[in-house]
Design a protein around this ligand. Sequence first.
Ligand SMILES: NC(=O)c1ccc[n+]([C@@H]2O[C@H](COP(=O)([O-])OP(=O)(O)OC[C@H]3O[C@@H](n4cnc5c(N)ncnc54)[C@H](O)[C@@H]3O)[C@@H](O)[C@H]2O)c1
Length: 337
Amino acid sequence: MEAEMRILITGSAGFIGFSLARRLLENGHAVEGLDAMTPYYDPALKQARLDILRSYPKFTFTEMNIENRQKVEDLFAKVRPTHVVHLAGQVGVRYSLSHPGDYVAANIVGSFHIIEAARQTGVAHLLMASTSSAYGANTRFPAKEKDHADHPLTIYAASKRASELIAHSYSDLYRLPVTMMRFFTVYGPWGRPDMAPMLFLDALLHNRPIDVFNHGKMTRDFTYIDDLTLSLEKLMGNAPIAGAPVGDFDSLSPVAPHRVVNIGNADPIELMDFIVAIENTTGKKFQVNMRDMQPGDMVNTCADTRLLQALTHYKPTTRVEDGVAELTSWYRDFYAL
Ligand SMILES: NC(=O)c1ccc[n+]([C@@H]2O[C@H](COP(=O)([O-])OP(=O)(O)OC[C@H]3O[C@@H](n4cnc5c(N)ncnc54)[C@H](O)[C@@H]3O)[C@@H](O)[C@H]2O)c1
């Protein structure tokens, strides 16, 4: 990547934004971060991540909400970023069942503000977070970027898919290079307390039972955070060029510099095996309540990552036992358990 890039990361106090910002800062880049520090999960964890980023002299931060269009445009005009990694958003599949409006506001309206500001200032590459949930009712696995993603099962998935489509129209109209990144269940140190790996770990270390949905009959393409941020770093310098697909599996738009890329492990594991990996690491046994399937949940996720590999020449390498061990070690340290 070029050293003179001006990088803006939205959601930089979040799990992925923080992890990517730290990697880029470690590698000598300057990073501008923004985050609204929303209370969806413990803001103290977001603050702790931010405190680490603030220890790097090349990190600057603005606390702001992307739903405020004027503030977004003012920040872009001031920073004039060349590369924007847009990770801010309302997360959580299950929460979207009870708070649908939050997803429209942050993920559709807020993302539109980012796309519009990127157009105004002429960003060289806009990378935006989407999700494996966009595949929705698709049952073909591994999921390919060119598969249909027209049957979302939750407003979370629908809001992310909508932002993909809005970005495509801007990419075509204004030749804005956009990469939409469909992430597959990311886990690791500094992770999200609302997601299964940390929920499970927390219950185990506090001797509480866990709920396992669909009676454990689920597979997930768990992606380790360092593998993901390395992929992102490599993708940043690889903006899509209209008319130049990298292979017959490329999702590059037929008209615009816009592509969708799966970022996953391409090696799904049974949920129960993930649970056993946590038991092996901690030396403790879970008390498990088997539950029925939750509305909106997907039974299986698995990424086809040929496009990611062609673009980055990189394949995720972390074994789940090692990833779980890293997560557990950080968790015990951070929460003094
Ligand atoms: N972690 C995963 O497994 C996963 C999977 C698929 C997609 N994603 C997507 O990746 C992105 C990052 O996810 P994460 O796991 O780091 O989540 P996160 O919640 O830890 O990070 C998101 C950050 O965005 C901030 N934010 C929320 N609404 C905002 C707003 N309106 N304005 C400004 N900031 C706002 C939050 O305060 C938070 O710090 C999200 O867009 C998410 O939907 C994550």
